[in-house]
Design a protein around this ligand. Structure first.
Ligand code: GLN
Length: 539
């Protein structure tokens, strides 16, 4: 029978529940188990697709086109699982299903209630992850114990655990044991209180994972065990890692979290094979080279808005055994002073929506194109590459995307046919994995090492086909298209060290053990630029 692990959070948000869950999944996989992962988000939005990155960070996209919470990125990257539409449920999604069923008369006149209708729907969502061949389903409950919104999810977990039995479903509670600097002490009270909230609603956590800044003492474990009703050996500390999130699986393995979880679930504890991870960590901690990449975005300082891009750069660093530093630069600031980019070895112009910051991105692109600074344009970034080239090389000074200037005489980027006239915002994008055919003799084909690729998309606008020929004649190569040739997927410039744009989001497919070819290509070119520059200086 499939086993279930529920992860809840207490005291504060932002404790890294997603990383902890994904690390545990990796450890279970390293012991030979097949794990499926999902996240429940208690907010009322039907999906995170229409949410601002300011609120919840980037919107992650899966192969099947689900717009999801960024924690799914951790699951796919750390645990090597493939997520889909069953991997992320919000309260909005759950409620709208129940309401739709009610409208269809499916409840046969019953009074529709939180219990059992909403909780049944949630339990069905848990079971939807239990597919053929899955040994363990891991479900992370977003939010913090005590939130009103997460109550129905926790109630469903209580019922579920009761139905399948406590040997088949366990609850792991991630909590904070804060260090009070003035007193020089760790405090267990907040964790006691958060566990007592769970006790009040009938959930008795089986494992307590404690995030701490400094090592915990025996005394703290004893106290937590006593007050939280958890055996002392199941109070596990997760101290802040020193250098990199890639240290988390190792730390949890040292504390035997995976072993203890398997024992609770009465599953055999097979030998753990973590060689791949140990090698990875060695590469992260002992790099040989380094380079600096500028990320020209518009959510200043908000690294979560570009989470997968940062992760992809570290994957390239792992592949090339180099430290890749990435600095965010507000694109609006570059409109007047793009020469700031000179101090970087490479540049990424990421995806985005809305006009703000676009002119800064275009100015940045003119600069890096002319100066030969390696640059990767992603989605909106590629669209800006096309706009920039049309304006400054083709001489179409008003060229634009109809997203930013609906009246432009030269719509080099325009809505897809099927999107014209659509007013609704949610659920109208080209989403998920689509094939792309690469042109032979392009840098793209060389980097990927094959002719046909699959990449994940999230956009409404497209390269305007009327401008294909003139742009090609002016030197912009169309490096990839949809297999029918209709949609331009990739552009690049010959004679530039690295100037590549893609309409899709490569950052969603980069993995710690399989760095994405476009990011590796960029970082390689950046390392080269740095080396050439330092060579020039010493001669
Ligand atoms: N706003 C652009 C579009 O909708 C780009 C989207 C993106 O960068 N993800 O096509």
């Amino acid at each position: 029978m499939t086993k279930f692990i529920f992860i809840t959070g207490g005291v504060v948000s932002g404790l890294g529940k997603g990383i902890t869950a994904a690390s545990l999944a990796y450890l279970l996989k390293a012991r030979g188990y097949t794990v499926a992962m999902q996240k429940f988000d208690p907010y009322l939005n039907v999906d995170p697709g229409t949410m601002s990155p300011y609120q919840h960070g980037e919107v992650y996209v899966t192969d099947d086109g689900t717009e999801a919470d960024l924690d799914l990125g951790h699951y796919e990257r750390f645990a090597g699982v493939t997520c889909d539409r069953h991997s992320n449920y919000t309260s909005g999604k759950i409620y709208s299903r129940v309401i739709a069923r009610e409208r269809e008369g499916k409840y046969l006149g019953a009074t529709v209630q939180m219990i059992p209708h909403i909780t049944n729907e949630i339990k069905e969502a848990i079971r939807s992850a239990d597919k053929e061949g899955v040994d363990i389903v891991m479900t992370e409950i977003g939010g913090t114990a005590g939130d009103i919104e997460s109550l129905p999810f926790l109630e469903a977990v209580r019922q579920f655990q009761n139905e399948v039995g406590r040997r088949n479903a366990i609850v792991l509670h991630l909590t904070l044991v804060p260090f009070i600097h003035a007193a020089g002490e760790l405090k267990t009270k907040p964790s006691q209180q958060s566990v007592s909230i769970l006790h009040n609603i009938g959930i008795f956590p089986d494992v307590l994972v404690c995030r701490t800044e400094v090592p915990m003492a025996e005394e703290h474990r004893r106290k937590l065990a006593l007050f939280c009703n958890v055996p002392q050996e199941l109070v596990i500390e997760e101290e802040d890692v020193k250098h990199s999130i890639y240290e988390v699986p190792q730390e949890l393995a040292e504390r035997k979290l995976d072993e203890k979880v398997l024992q609770l679930l009465e599953l055999p504890v097979a030998e753990s094979r973590m060689d791949d991870w140990n090698d990875l960590l060695d590469r992260v901690l002992h790099p040989r080279g380094s380079c600096r990449i500028a990320l020209v975005g518009k959510y200043a300082g908000l690294r979560d808005a570009y989470k997968s891009i940062f992760e992809s750069l570290s994957h390239s660093g792992i592949a090339l055994r180099s430290r890749v530093e990435c600095e965010m630069i507000e694109s609006e600031e570059l409109e007047k002073s793009p020469e700031r980019l000179e101090e970087f070895d490479g540049v990424i112009v990421p995806g985005g929506f809305g006009a703000r910051g676009v002119e800064g991105k275009v100015a940045a692109l003119t600069y890096v194109r002319k100066r030969g600074i390696p640059c990767l344009g992603i989605c909106l970034g590629m669209q800006c590459m096309v706009i920039e080239y049309a304006r400054n090389v083709l001489g179409l000074s008003k060229a634009n995307s109809t997203e930013f200037d609906p009246e432009t005489p030269d719509p080099v980027i325009d809505l897809m046919e099927s999107q014209r006239g659509v007013r609704q915002k949610g659920g109208t994008m080209r989403l998920g994995a689509y094939p792309c055919r690469l042109q032979p003799d392009t840098l793209a084909a060389q980097l990927y090492g094959c002719q046909e690729i699959q990449e994940r998309h999230r956009h409404r606008f497209e390269f305007g086909n009327a401008y294909r020929e003139p742009l090609e004649k002016a030197g912009m190569a169309i490096a990839g298209t949809s297999p029918d040739g209709n949609l331009v997927e990739m552009v690049e410039l010959k004679g530039h060290p690295f100037y590549v744009g893609c309409q899709f989001h490569p950052e969603f497919l980069s993995r710690p053990f399989h760095s994405h070819p476009l990011f590796t290509g960029l970082v390689q070119a950046a390392l080269q630029r740095k080396e050439t520059a330092s060579h020039a200086q010493t001669h």
